[in-house]
Design a protein around this ligand. Sequence first.
Ligand SMILES: O=C(NCc1ccc(CNCc2ncc[nH]2)cc1)c1csc2nc[nH]c(=O)c12
Length: 254
Amino acid sequence: MYFAVISIFPEMFATIREFGITGRAVTQKQVTIECINPRDFTSDNYRRIDERPYGGGPGMVMMAEPLSQAIEDARLRASQHGCRVDKAHCPVIYMSPQGQTLSESSVVDMTEYDGMIILCGRYEGIDERLLSQYVDMEISLGDYVLTGGELPAMVLMDSVIRRLPDIMGDDKSAEQDSFVDGLLDCPHYTKPHEFAGMAVPEVLLSGHHANIAKWRFSQQVERTQARRPDLWQAFTPTVEQAKWLKALAKADKK
Ligand SMILES: O=C(NCc1ccc(CNCc2ncc[nH]2)cc1)c1csc2nc[nH]c(=O)c12
C-alpha cells in the first residue's frame, strides 16, 4: 500500500518508517511511505507556506498554492507506484479536528485502497479553497486539540498498516477476527512467575487450552462491562461467544 504524507515536518515520520511493525512493513516493501514538504513547492525566497488570515484573528493560515503543487506531485508519485489515482482508490485525506472521528471499522475499510495522500495541517488550518478543490475526506482522532496533523496522520497510517494482510503474522490476525473486536482485552502475564509477591492465575499455567480460552474471554467480558458499558451495550456476540456467555451466566448462578 502506498502512503504520501504532505507535511512541513517530514522528519517526524521516522517514528513509523523506522520502528516496529510499520518499520518492518516498509523494509519488506509491503508499504511505501513518502513524505512531501510543501516548502519545496514555494517560489519566493522565504519559501513561505503560511500567511496572515484574511479577516484578521490570531495565528497563520497555510496557503493553497504550495499545497496544491505538493498534492499534484503526490498523485504523480502514487501513479508511479501503481496506484489508480482517483477518489475511490487513492483519496486525499485531510487530518482535521472538523473531520469524522477515526474508528476501527473505517480503518478496515481503508485497507482496501491502493494508497492514500494524507494532508497534515499546522497553525490555524489550511485555506478553504485548497480543501474544497482537493480533499476527499477529513478525519479527526477525537475531541481534543493537538498542535498539528502529523501525529494524527501517523496514528491513521499505523492503524491501517496493522490491518493489512500478511503484516501481523498468522496467529495475531486470527486472534484479531475472533474475540478481540468489540471487547476490551484480557490481562496478560509473562515471566517471572512471581512479581511483587503476586503469582500468575493458575489456569494460565494449566496447559488446558479450552479453560484458558474461557478464562480469557470471561476476563474480556468482565472488564468490558466494568470499564466500557457503552462497548458492552453495542457488543453483538457470535454464535460461539453467545454459547460461552450462557455458560458463564450459569456458572455465576452456582
Ligand atoms: O491538525 C490538527 N490539529 C491542529 C489544530 C488545532 C487547532 C486548530 C484551531 N481550531 C480552532 C477551533 N476549533 C474549534 C473552534 N475553533 C486547528 C488545527 C488535528 C488533525 S486531526 C486531529 N484530531 C484531533 N485533534 C486535533 O487537533 C487534530
